[in-house]
Ligand binder design. Structure first.
Ligand SMILES: [Zn+2]
Length: 437
């Protein structure tokens, strides 16, 4: 459907430009929602300079998408996803590599429909064999710029096994390790090739108080990896040493670490550090309404708003229908909405939240504006990963990964709700709630 007339009145040249113009929409730009058009290329998959196309190159768009006043956001980035749609990144299926590769593809195709256009597939603590088998399937997957593949891996997140056995959460204690020999222990565990460039790994979670951990953090940072501290007994002082060694993030703040104590603020204390002393780290937050009290999230956000990253930490039952599912060791999990509990004792058994619902929760709990809330799943995680020129914004030249959102705002005293109406990947529509993609 080429548009026929250019602004100067000349007829549209009869060639396909692949240019798409979004109009009548609110763009997430800087600190505001602005009423502007957005131009993207479905050929390069990137955001274009609309002014230049229109006035200098006199190019008319192939299609114009009227969004009826809805929000157009950069695609969401989830830096902590353990699995979804029945697949667990940490489990090699019975049919081995073939089944594993298919499972990853299934996650990618379904995940994108919720607005998560890129993510870090996350491995919980495992024996070395699992890393050697799984990591080849989890590396960055966007090089072909093929929108039909769905959500894109930006690289794996290895959460452990170099974490504290007393802050293991759901990780198996029997597979945890101490990196007493420094980086060579990590090379043995993950595979030496996976620690050199290009690597399928993007992010590591390490407990900084373990013997040898600080030198590992430094080596990983020197090699260009991002390091996060978590699943840790670290005191405030130990956590600070982790940041000085090169860590730039905290993994799911508040969960699997010491709570704030007024005489030992622990890892949380890093958010109160003067920025002249150390750089305040980014921090992941699970805003699923189960893992952390809403007020606690608000306190963390107030302490360091530009560091907050919303993560789902979801596991393989995310995206599955409610019901009772077999789990490991003969136990079973009851899924009721995003609440997962063990059948035998009712204990919380992980998260199955969707990222857009975490954004909605964050909006309602903190009083943040829509732009601030969306930043926690777009611009901030992109910056944390050093990918701000590629992902997470609507700036010219970045990837045209986009989410069309309907903000349902019931007014005073009524909770807001963000709904994903459309998703675009590399400039092509891959999901439409109305059913046309
Ligand atoms: Zn964890």
């Amino acid at each position: 459907m080429p548009s026929a007339i250019l602004p100067n009145g000349t007829a549209h040249r009869d060639r396909v430009t692949g240019v798409v113009k979004f109009t009548n929409c609110l763009l997430v730009r800087g600190a505001d929602l602005v009423n502007e058009d957005l131009w993207v290329s479905s050929i390069s998959g990137r955001i274009l300079n609309g002014q230049e196309l229109l006035y200098e190159q006199r190019i008319a768009p192939d299609s114009i998408i009227d969004l009826g006043g809805r929000i157009l956001s950069p695609g969401f980035i989830d830096v902590q996803l353990n699995g979804a749609y029945g697949f667990d990144f940490s489990v090699i299926p019975e049919d081995g590599a073939a089944g594993y590769g298919k499972g990853v593809q299934r996650v990618n195709k379904n995940l994108v429909r919720g607005g998560v256009t890129s993510y870090l597939p996350t491995l919980t603590s495992q024996l070395p064999d699992v890393y050697h088998e799984a990591l080849p399937y989890l590396g960055p997957s966007g090089a072909s710029r093929d929108a039909t593949l769905g959500s894109e891996s930006l690289g794996a997140h290895c959460e452990g096994p170099f974490i504290s056995p007393t802050k293991n959460g759901i990780h198996k204690v029997s597979v945890l390790q101490t990196p007493a020999n420094g980086i060579s222990d990590l090379a043995t565990c993950y595979g030496p090739a996976n620690l050199s460039s290009p690597s399928p790994i993007k992010l590591f979670t390490i407990a900084p108080e373990l013997p040898g951990a600080l030198s590992c953090i430094q080596s990983l940072a020197d090699r260009g990896f991002t390091v996060s501290i978590g699943h840790s007994e670290a005191s405030y002082e130990e956590a600070k040493l982790g940041i000085k060694a090169g860590a730039t993030k905290i993994t799911h703040l508040f969960n699997a670490m010491k709570p704030l104590h007024h005489r030992n603020p622990g890892i949380f204390g890093l958010l109160g550090t003067a920025s002249s002393s150390i750089a305040k780290p980014y921090f992941g937050i699970i805003a699923d309404g189960i893992h952390i009290h809403p007020t606690t999230i608000k306190i963390a956000w107030n302490a360091h708003p530009s560091g907050l990253i919303l993560v789902t930490d979801a596991m393989r039952l995310a995206g599955m229908p409610d019901g009772v599912y077999d789990w490991t060791n003969g136990s079973r999990i009851i899924k009721n909405g995003s609440l997962l509990t063990l059948e035998e004792n009712g204990k919380i058994a992980g998260s199955s939240a969707e990222l857009v619902d975490c954004v909605t929760n964050f909006l309602n709990w903190t009083g943040a504006g829509v732009v601030e809330a969306l930043r926690a799943v777009t611009e901030t995680p992109a910056r944390m990963l050093g990918m701000q020129d590629v992902k997470g914004s609507l700036r010219e030249g970045t990837d045209a990964d986009l989410v069309v959102l309907d903000l349902r705002d019931g007014g005073v005293g009524v909770e807001k709700k963000l709904v994903v109406d459309q998703v675009w990947k590399f400039g092509k529509k891959v999901f439409d709630r109305e059913g046309s993609a």
